[in-house]
Design a protein around this ligand. Sequence first.
Ligand code: 0X9
Ligand code: ZN
Length: 417
Amino acid sequence: MRSLLFLGLLSLAVARKTFFGDQVLTVHLENEAQAKTIRDLETKVDFWSPDSPYSIKAGTTADFRVPSEILPAVKVTLRRQKIQFEVKIEDVEILLQAQTESRDAKGILNGGIDYDYSVYHTYDEIMQWTTDIEKENPTLVKKTSIGTSTEGRDLPMLTLSKYPNTPRILIDCGIHAREWIAPAYCQCLVRTLLGGGTITTGIPTLNDATYHILPLLNPDGYVYSRESDRMWRKTRSRYTGNVCYGTDPNRNFKAAWSGPGSSANSCSDTYYGPSAESEPEVKALADYVRDNADDLKMYVTFHSYSQVIIYPYSYKDEMAPNGIDLGDFAQEGAAAAKATHGKTYTYGPGSESMYLAAGGSDDFTYDQGVPIVYTIELRDTGLNGFLLPERQILAQCEEMDQLMGVLQNRAKTYSYP
Ligand code: 0X9
Ligand code: ZN
């Protein structure tokens, strides 16, 4: 009896959080009073885009998830303040379950030759895949590790190289836990580089580049997002004196750390952490960048959502010294993506195209001297937000391969300063 009770409690403790009746609303903010009303919801709602209340301003729109318990009250407030809004997602839980329907229909999947690139894989499957990919391509792929996460998970790096001394490109995916399409794209990118993609022209290639790919940079957060709270964004560290778990790894880098667009509150989704590089995942990447910056031609970090190609700076309202070039390459890349499946990617310096947000991996890497740096926000523009259905993964991969093909091509001959 007692052991049954214990098992019951245990299953309660690990049960996945559900989101029945929660809605994602898009608000159109006409004036400062309306913007303030939304910012004041900080502790009650989950901001999706922008990801922090500080970035919510008059003349912009914002997407946020409202828990079902407070939904009627929030709608009353919006109507009272004459804030124009629409319901972007009717029921978050239903969309969340639909997101993985391909995977569910196919049953449990394994890594290896038959690895399925059109589903969202578990942490264990992704780790097994990194091992298999190396084993199956011993001359092209080398698996190393840049460190371990707070909970002791490995941070693998796949180096793909065909010819020595080709320009080196650093890629990471999955800094933010709930942005599942990002690690899914990193897996596709590896497949494409190894010749297994679906489109064969205009794609990234090992003929004139060496790729260092970190397929899952925040594994603790990813596991937590899969098993406990789908909307989890941060790491899973916890510091003495803090009320909440997790630091936003993309506010934890030494790039105007603790500056604009980041929060001192451990319960915030943009918490910058107790000190710069406090997160082992961040320290591991930062160490790698410090050690290799002189040799790296390009760094691209994948996030979602909103279809934006962001380049420095995001911690200050200034154009990067080679910002014109970065804008030109982004424009060309966006055109290639659009030609694939018709999707529009906007682009610009972070401070303009997104919002001021200090402590990001892109600005840090740029300041270390890597000349071409982008944060790419993948699909979509809010219809599904973080809950992009699996049936869109392959199209996402195809259009991103075209964009990456352009960026690689530009990086190849680029010299700056
Ligand atoms: O806010 C972020 O960290 C990124 N957007 S997301 O919705 N995926 O969270 C944008 C990062 C842009 N770069 C910096 N803020 N440095
Ligand atoms: Zn992100």
